[in-house]
Ligand binder design. Structure first.
Ligand code: SOE
Length: 396
């Protein structure tokens, strides 16, 4: 399913933060890894002609389109990379799959369970024709996280009792931080819950190899109204400087989410996702306690995994700090010598590497749209639980 036998021609929709992160991955993956397909960064799509042209030049795309519809129907494109806000994921991904294009879609997969179900149905239909799909839970590809999963699978921490996960940011703690699409339920689906809570749901399930079956939680919106972003002031509201109330709009998503979970294997989970953890910029903290040992990770020190081996004698037992930059660690051999640290962008590069290898070898990339749907169900269950103060079950 590639345009020339050895080429994967990529078209990307959206070119903001995620588009930039994905672009560097498409550019860098073949420069550091031996890939079975040559990557052609064929086109990027965005609505504003001048802005998309500038983005193409800066990010390294060969051509532009001003509509995603034009992009997904182009004969020379093999794969569509969806880097837009959540409200457009379903429509773009389904159209692309129906046009016979492989799809990489940013997380969370969709804004609702219904949309995610439709995406899974489209992905399954397309798969019969060799067309593949993947959802971009990129933190799975951090080497220390891959190592954590490996240690769990090897039984090094035994039976898991506790899963503790936090995703902490603080970018809207200032009540005067302006509204953006991420604070609009119609565009983003939910707030901290879907944007960052989705990552810790996926990560903990990935590391443990288990799935969440029950949740109860609470969502909170601390600041209910915010200033409109600068472009609205003269353009949309037309009231800049005259009526301050008219220059504000409602926040329609959660600022923070906290929930308890039970995993099918019996572990208890405690989760927290917030944009109000003053001083925490992108802290993804995961601690897992098992019958033989424990693991701890913090993305703000992302090259490190802490491992407590309960088999060590009491006199010398303690958390050991593993610098996951050895060639033995997942993905690291392609990069730098030990101790030369990797960063945020490398997860996206590893995502491209895995995706391209799977496409070339006719394998299903992971996480699949079905995995994305399962995360979506957990998010929806947390929301329902918050509305109804109940425990909610997630179907297997
Ligand atoms: C914004 O909160 C955000 O960019 C998320 O959308 C990303 O998925 C995460 O990687 C960093 O934070």
């Amino acid at each position: 399913m590639t345009s020339a036998q050895d080429t994967l021609s990529v078209g990307m929709v959206g070119y903001a933060f995620m588009g930039a992160a994905h672009s560097q991955a498409w550019r860098n993956a073949p420069r550091f890894f031996d890939l079975p397909l040559r990557i052609q960064m064929s086109a990027v799509a965005g609505r504003d002609e001048a802005k998309v042209a500038a983005a193409a030049t800066q990010l390294g795309w060969d051509s532009t389109e001003t509509s995603w519809q034009a992009l997904v129907t182009r004969d020379d494109i093999d794969l569509i990379d969806v880097c837009t806000p959540g409200d457009t994921h379903a429509e773009i991904a389904i159209a692309a799959l129906e046009a016979g294009k492989h799809v990489l879609c940013e997380k969370p997969l969709a804004n609702t369970v219904e949309e995610a179900e439709a995406m899974v149905a489209a992905a399954e239909k397309a798969r019969a024709a060799g067309v593949r799909s993947m959802v971009g839970f990129t933190y799975r590809r951090v080497p220390a996280i891959g190592l954590a999963r490996r240690l769990v699978a090897d039984g090094r921490i035994g039976t898991i009792h506790h899963v503790r996960a936090q995703y902490l940011q603080d970018w809207i703690v200032d009540p005067e931080a302006p509204l953006s699409w991420r604070l609009d339920k119609d565009k983003a689906g939910s707030g901290a819950l879907g944007d960052i809570g989705a990552h810790i749901v996926d990560l903990t399930q990935f590391i443990t190899g288990d799935t969440i079956d029950t949740v109860t939680g609470r969502l909170e919106t601390f600041v209910k109204e915010r200033p409109l972003p600068a472009e609205h002031h003269t353009g949309l509201s037309g009231t800049a400087g005259t009526d301050p109330a008219a220059d504000r709009g409602p926040v329609t998503v959660d600022d923070a989410a906290a929930f308890l979970a039970r995993f099918r294997g019996g572990a208890l989970g405690v989760f927290e996702a917030t944009r109000f953890a003053n001083g925490r910029k992108n802290a993804i903290r995961i601690e897992i306690n098992g019958s033989r040992g424990s693991l701890a990770f913090d993305f703000e020190d992302m090259n490190v995994l802490h491992f407590y081996d309960g088999d060590d004698g009491a006199a010398t037992a303690g958390f050991r700090r593993i610098l996951a930059t050895e060639a033995e660690h997942p993905y690291v051999a392609a990069w730098w010598p030990p101790g030369h640290l990797l960063g945020y962008e490398h997860g996206f590069t590893h995502q491209v590497v895995d995706l391209v290898n799977d496409l070339a070898h006719g394998m299903d990339p992971m996480p699949s749209f079905a995995d994305g749907l399962q995360v979506q169900r957990v998010l929806a269950a947390v929301e329902t639980s918050s509305d109804t103060t109940t425990w909610q079950e997630i179907p297997a």
